[in-house]
Design a protein around this ligand. Structure first.
Ligand code: PRP
Length: 178
């Protein structure tokens, strides 16, 4: 385990199992369709790549970079679109893939944007869910794992852009970010 972590929340194997279950849920929901799967960069990139490869349903993939945390550990509350989608979402079944739903601000911003552009449906799959931190009333349609208010990193999740490439998710030691 990385020395900056105090404990592991999900091992690589446990993440693999969660990914399989989420993929099966999506396959059941989109059987026979051709949805557009969107990765909200950068945090969701690892989960997204594993998830779309675990699905049997063919999907179109696209990417959007949204950022609200900058280099610190506190949200600015205003998610900024740093890079927009290449594809049109008009008339499409959109699957939004998130690494974590925290305050919910990013999700609301994405939902309003995508439905505002005329998507046919909007489905959110999140790897991690922190319901205790929510400031807006929104939730993922499918969340793989619910966690309390711990500072977690790894498998896409960062602190000051670090730890994203760890293959597991763990709790960061307090002394690292305080
Ligand atoms: C993180 C995470 C989600 C968002 C969730 O992104 O990847 O997109 O915050 O937080 P919220 O529910 O409070 O909006 P961040 O802005 O840190 O950018 P990153 O994906 O590049 O890490």
């Amino acid at each position: 385990m990385n020395g900056d972590l105090e404990s592991i929340v999900l091992t690589e194997e446990q993440i693999g199992q969660k990914v399989k279950e989420a993929a099966a849920w999506l396959d059941a929901r989109f059987n026979g369709e051709y949805p557009l799967a969107i990765s909200v960069l950068k945090g969701s990139v690892m989960f997204f790549c594993d998830l779309v490869r675990a699905m049997k349903t063919p999907v179109q993939i696209d990417f959007m970079t949204v950022s609200s945390y900058g280099s610190g550990s506190k949200t600015t509350g205003v998610p900024k679109i740093v890079m927009d989608l290449a594809a049109s979402v008009e008339g499409r079944d959109v699957i939004l893939v998130e690494d974590i739903v925290d305050s919910g601000n990013t999700l609301v911003r994405m939902r309003d944007l995508i439905l505002g552009r005329g998507a046919k449906s909007f489905t959110v799959v999140a790897l991690m869910d922190k319901p205790s931190r929510r400031v807006v009333d929104v939730k993922a349609d499918y969340a793989c794992y619910e966690i309390g208010d711990e500072f977690i990193v790894g498998y896409g999740l960062d602190y000051a852009q670090k730890y994203r490439t760890l293959p597991y998710i763990g709790i960061l030691k307090r002394e690292i970010y305080e």
